[in-house]
Write a protein that binds this ligand. Sequence first.
Ligand code: TYD
Length: 208
Amino acid sequence: MAARGLFLTFEGGDGSGKSTQVALLTEWLAEQGRTVVHAREPGGTELGAELREIILHRRGYIAPRAEALLYAADRAHNIATVVRPALESGHIVIQDRYLDSSVAYQGAGRVLDPAEVRNVSLWATEGLLPDLTVLLDLDIETGRARLDDSRTRYDRLEAEAAEFHHRVREAYLGLASAEPGRFLVLDATESVDTLAARIRDRVSELLA
Ligand code: TYD
């Protein structure tokens, strides 16, 4: 089971700047001559793209447990077909969102039991945990304002009320304090360059 590559995940709410930091880290790793494989959930595979369309854009109600299982199905397929093969080849996988998203959004947001949600994901992925999870922490109002500049329509999760997103943020912070060794929590209001440097420092330690 021991994977040889490095599995790095990025988490955070709307407008937290994950994509910018993923791009900067990728650029830096490429300069070091490392092969980086990008992955994302939901929707990082062909099957995942179909699931993503249902999860985020289907009109009408989706029961919370069904939603949790749809994310888990996307995750199972992504890990089996993209992430594990890349790790086994010794590559660095940088993934936008992983199981912590499910624990935060489906657990705290939809109010399912967080431990059960996590266990479903661990079953789906045969227990794969990231080597490092970068949490870009941002208050909901700032994140939403950033998003409003670039969005004309919201997906099913983004459209949830502020209260939902506050619970998600608190859940993320709780997860990070429960696993301080795996998480790097950053204040997403810091400058892009400062954030990038902190992430590079941590990744350098892992590569050393
Ligand atoms: P994503 O496309 O990554 O959106 P963003 O641009 O905000 O990163 O994810 C879409 C939505 O899915 C996002 O609002 C978070 C949500 N989500 C869950 O609720 N559970 C999950 O397990 C994952 C991976 C995402």
